[in-house]
Write a protein that binds this ligand. Structure first.
Ligand SMILES: [Zn+2]
Length: 260
């Protein structure tokens, strides 16, 4: 989700690709410019693929990783890991990279994560938050007296994040007096930690599944490198010094935490 103040960043030269439901010139289903963008893009995709692109996965898949991300348009789910082949990573996403869902009042692990763990021998789960998350921003505003953004389908996911934000504020994990950008980015990391812990504690996630927590940074909050995924949690361990002990040589700088 984009935050409110992202609207000014839109590329005006590509206005039709950003058509909104309120645009009076937009004909429902008949926006040929957007369809042209999509169909032409897919044609380029088809033309670019080597004949053997799907050879190893045409009839089955065994991705090593399931990485749940926010559905934010600025988070490139496969490309952030450099994957250029199919079948490498499951990419479930939702508002606020939440690993849980609610079913009949019961909090359960999202099926997008459980399916690969139980049915394709996937042994690693990653929770990927991102800087400037609109979902976390919305939950923070609700937790501090604001309204839910609406409509109902959005509110459900924002409201599931509100207790996470409230817990972070109660524990003093974030400085509530700081500016909203600072508060939100710390809450993003706190949320990643809570999501990792939920997976660790869930009966449906076997103990031998590794769970990693990352924050994808496209705002140069953690460091200067655009698009870097910072490792903030390894199976519940959040101490950067301890995490650096288990990363491969040369990747210590990918371990950063904003939390005290
Ligand atoms: Zn987000």
């Amino acid at each position: 989700m984009a935050t409110d103040n992202d609207d000014g960043d839109r590329d005006e030269g590509d206005a039709d690709a950003n058509a909104t439901p309120d645009d009076p010139d937009r004909e429902r289903g008949c926006d040929h410019e957007v369809l042209e963008t999509l169909l032409a893009g897919n044609r380029r995709h088809v033309d670019s693929l080597p004949d053997d692109y799907f050879r190893d996965v045409r009839t089955g898949q065994h991705p090593g990783v399931v990485a749940i991300c926010c559905s934010d348009s600025r988070v490139p789910h496969e490309h952030m890991w450099g994957f250029d082949h199919p079948g490498a990573v499951f990419t479930p996403s939702n508002i606020g990279n939440q690993v849980w869902d609610e079913d009949g009042g019961e909090r359960i692990v999202d099926g997008g994560i459980l399916y690969p763990i139980h049915h394709t021998e996937t042994a690693v789960a990653a929770v990927v938050g991102h800087t400037g998350c609109g979902a976390v921003t919305a939950a923070y505003r609700v937790a501090t007296g604001g309204d839910v953004p609406g409509p109902q389908g959005v509110d459900k996911w924002v409201e599931m994040l509100v207790p996470v934000v409230e817990e972070a504020l109660e524990r003093g994990a974030v400085d509530a007096d700081a500016d909203e950008e600072t508060v939100v980015n710390r809450l993003v990391e706190y949320n990643v930690d809570r999501q990792v812990q939920f997976l660790r504690d869930a009966a449906d996630v076997p103990d031998d599944i590794s769970v990693y927590g990352f924050v994808y940074d496209f705002q140069r909050i953690y460091g200067d490198a655009d698009g870097r995924a910072y490792l903030v949690n390894v199976d519940g361990e959040t101490d950067p010094a301890a995490i650096r002990e288990c990363v491969p040589d040369g990747y210590e700088t990918a371990v950063v935490s904003l939390l005290p």
